[in-house]
Design a protein around this ligand. Structure first.
Ligand code: GTP
Ligand code: MG
Length: 139
């Protein structure tokens, strides 16, 4: 059975463009409740750990630089079928391919600066949530 939690992070481009409020509104209106949230910043090294699965990809260094370029807003979210429903809400990685009305279609600047992250499995949602939050910070 699909789990009911996922992890997300509003990325530096969307934070610096002032889109945090609009994105959180869309997330809540889609039926997700926020179980943990903060505004913070990653070093390039920490961004590299977060995206370690991509370390052999040609865009890895750029990705780490971009993800550490400004503030981010990580969150743990709860809803039935959370991982899949959240990936639907954010849309495709490349905003040019993202469905109309999705968060990336509305707010992403490019395939790299694409506004928001969403976990791709229940296991990764748990790992990524723990990367940012202590159990005592979750509701
Ligand atoms: P996340 O939710 O952030 O994990 O995105 P995703 O699951 O839709 O895509 P993926 O995990 O494949 O890639 C992780 C991140 O790397 C993307 O969200 C982009 O920020 C960046 N990225 C992916 N593909 C490319 C690419 O071809 N070029 C560049 N410059 N960045 C990319
Ligand atoms: Mg991914």
């Amino acid at each position: 059975m699909a789990g009911n939690r996922t992890f997300t992070m509003i990325k530096p481009d969307a934070v610096s463009a002032g889109n945090v409020g609009a994105i959180i509104k869309m997330i809540q209106e889609a039926g997700f409740s926020i179980k943990a949230m903060k505004m913070t910043k990653m070093s390039a090294e920490r961004a590299g750990q977060f995206y370690e699965v991509h370390k052999e990809r040609p865009f890895y260094n750029d990705l780490c630089e971009y993800m550490s370029s400004g503030a981010i807003v990580p969150m743990i979210l709860e809803k039935d079928n959370a991982v899949e429903d959240f990936r639907t809400l954010i849309g495709a990685t490349n905003p040019k391919e993202a469905a109309e009305g999705t968060i990336r279609a509305l707010f992403a600047e490019s395939i790299e600066a694409n506004a928001i992250h969403g976990s791709d499995s229940d296991d990764n949602a748990e790992i990524e949530g723990k990367f940012f939050f202590a159990k005592t910070e979750e509701f």
